[in-house]
Design a binder for this molecule. Structure first.
Ligand code: NA7
Length: 551
């Protein structure tokens, strides 16, 4: 076995959108760089999440890189919400266009990354036992990349096919004439259930908690496409209803608007409180957003994320929509959530609630009828055994910390990241960790990440890191890491602002409550993209106040 010991200036782990952009910047600066990627191709999240119906819930014209004006102009998105294959095609296009692949080692799982204090380098090892050295290390390992499969008694005894939505096979899976069981009703399940139900002989949905979802009202963006039913004006659906042509004519304006929004996404946010308007005005606003589709529903009023009473008016509107859509009142009742809307990530669907009107779909409410065990044939609940050919876990991820904790990362005094984070992650800005010099995390815990348009947050992080590199090189600084105090204050600030927020008001992967044994700490920064960027800029402009710099 080769024991390569090449020294790089920079090693990047992960070739998703974060790793690709970091690599692009490193090549431009002539930095000696190498990327390690577990998969056989680029794309990260969009490489692994290939389940039926997988799509992005951010509009495609916004869910894209903005570092290159040419790239923005030349790429053609075909739908308002892009499918997984189309997003993957885009990632591959970017890799090809900027000749990134020669720098990426695919099928390469990094198992450890240890900092050597004496030589001031990171020693990085892969599963094959090969070793590499680097002065800097960027963890571009993704927020939702370590899948979570709950331990259910008897799981290994199931004789049929087993899938996880977050690690879907690369070959085509045909559910025609098959009986299928799916555990989970989060965003991945909500997207896949209608598509699977269209083909499967029977679909059993095992629901622990009902989820809120709003219709996407997805549409083609190609003028004159297909049945020619889309006129230029109808091929729209963006902030202030611009057409693709109009956006491309002034893309920077849309991007600028987006960066001023909490979520780094441009959409029409109503500045009024839900409680200051009449019942009728509220209904009209909710109806129009429901008809228009997508997550801007939650922008119907300014206080839906901050005031429970206001939030309940939106929740009640959606509860009524569910009851109107699902014909069987008993099934509808089971699908109606009783908690705050937007607390668990609001899903965006196509025909989700409608699917429960199909005769080949059975909703199993695990609250009334919990799972006892998985059997050779299916799932045994307290009431009965459900038999099927294929079992799908749509049970989500060990979000934000899982992929980092899976690597044996050790800092300057041999301290293990897993030990440091035993009671929850500690970072400064979600970008750097005290005791782990010259290591950066992209969209790490403590950054707005999953509350925002991820690609915009990724670009902001990568730009900040490379500006920091420039500063270090120019000033002859060899090491950078946050001070204990700045990290402690940032962690505290994060928890303080999360506490009163609607997103803290239920159990969810934002709080780590979905993974057994994971400490319950609010993971992303809930202060919004503009406030976060301002803080990052203050720090870089001040010569990296809050960081320890060593020559
Ligand atoms: P999510 O949103 O974490 O959903 C996971 C689902 O799996 C959710 O409905 C869970 O119920 C359910 N679950 C988890 N463990 C169990 C057990 N043991 N028994 C029954 N049901 C269980 O993951 P997704 O992949 O759908 O979406 C993740 C993100 O990807 C999403 O927010 C978008 O940003 C894209 P629970 O609600 O915990 O009761």
């Amino acid at each position: 076995m080769s024991k390569e010991n090449t020294k790089y200036d920079l090693i990047i782990i992960g070739a998703g959108f974060a790793g690709l952009y970091a690599l692009y910047k490193a090549i431009k600066r002539n930095i000696k760089v190498c990327v390690f990627e577990k998969g056989s191709d680029v794309g990260g999240t969009w490489y692994w999440n290939r389940y039926p119906g997988a799509r992005c819930d951010v509009e495609s014209m916004q869910y894209s890189y903005q570092f290159s004006k040419k790239l923005e102009q030349e790429w053609v998105w075909t739908e308002q919400y892009a499918t997984q294959p189309e997003i993957l095609k885009y990632a591959k296009h970017v890799a090809k266009r900027y000749n990134l692949k020669p720098y990426i080692k695919f099928n390469n799982i990094i198992t450890s990354s240890h900092f050597d204090k004496k030589s001031r380098v990171w020693n990085i090892k892969n599963r094959k036992g090969e070793q590499f050295k680097a002065r800097f290390c960027i963890m571009a390992t993704g927020c939702l990349s370590s899948t979570y499969t709950p331990l259910i008694k008897g799981a290994s005894s199931f004789k049929g096919d087993i899938f996880h939505t977050g690690n879907w096979p690369h070959k085509k899976i045909n559910f025609s004439n098959k009986k299928v069981g799916i555990i989970g009703t989060g965003s991945s399940a909500i997207q896949s259930i209608p598509v699977i139900a269209d083909k499967a002989k029977h679909l059993y949905v095992f629901q622990r908690t009902p989820h809120y979802t709003v219709p996407a009202r997805n549409r083609s963006l190609i003028y004159g496409n297909g049945d020619n039913s889309y006129t230029k004006r109808e091929a729209q659906g963006f902030d202030v209803d611009l057409t693709v042509e109009e956006i491309k004519a002034d893309y920077s304006n849309l991007r600028k608007k987006a960066k001023n929004m909490f979520s780094a996404m441009a959409f029409d946010l109503n500045k009024k409180s839900a409680l200051e308007v009449s019942k009728l005005e509220r209904k009209v606003e909710y109806e129009s957003r429901w008809e228009k589709g997508g997550v801007p529903f939650i922008g119907a009023f300014i206080d839906l994320n901050t005031n429970r009473e206001a939030n309940d008016t939106a929740a009640e509107f959606v509860r009524n929509k569910i009851k109107q859509t699902v014909k069987d009142p008993q099934i509808a009742k089971k699908l109606v959530p009783n908690y705050t809307i937007g607390c668990k990530r609001l899903a965006v669907d196509t025909n989700y609630y409608e699917t429960y009107n199909k005769s080949n779909v059975t909703l199993v409410d695990l609250k009334d009828n919990p799972i006892k065990k998985i059997t050779t044939k299916g799932i045994q609940t307290t009431q009965k055994e459900y038999s099927f050919d294929s079992l799908i876990y749509a049970t989500g991820f060990d979000a934000m910390t899982g992929a980092l904790m899976n690597i044996d990362i050790r800092g300057s005094n041999g301290i293990k990241l897993s030990k440091k984070w035993a009671n929850g992650p500690k970072t400064f800005l979600g970008l750097a960790i005290q005791g782990f010099p010259n290591l950066f995390t992209i969209t790490g815990p403590g950054s707005p990440s999953v509350f925002t348009n991820m690609i915009t947050s990724i670009e902001q992080h990568v730009d900040w890191i490379f500006d920091c590199f420039d500063y270090l090189y120019t000033n002859g600084i060899e090491l950078i890491e946050p001070s204990e105090e700045s990290e402690r204050d940032w962690v505290q600030h994060n928890q303080d602002i999360a506490k009163p927020h609607i997103r803290s008001s239920c159990s969810s992967w934002y709080r780590g409550s979905n993974v057994e044994g994971k400490p319950e700490i609010f993971l992303p920064y809930v202060g919004g993209f503009p406030a976060y960027v301002k803080k990052c800029e203050e720090i870089s402009k001040s010569g990296y106040k809050g960081f320890l710099l060593t020559k």
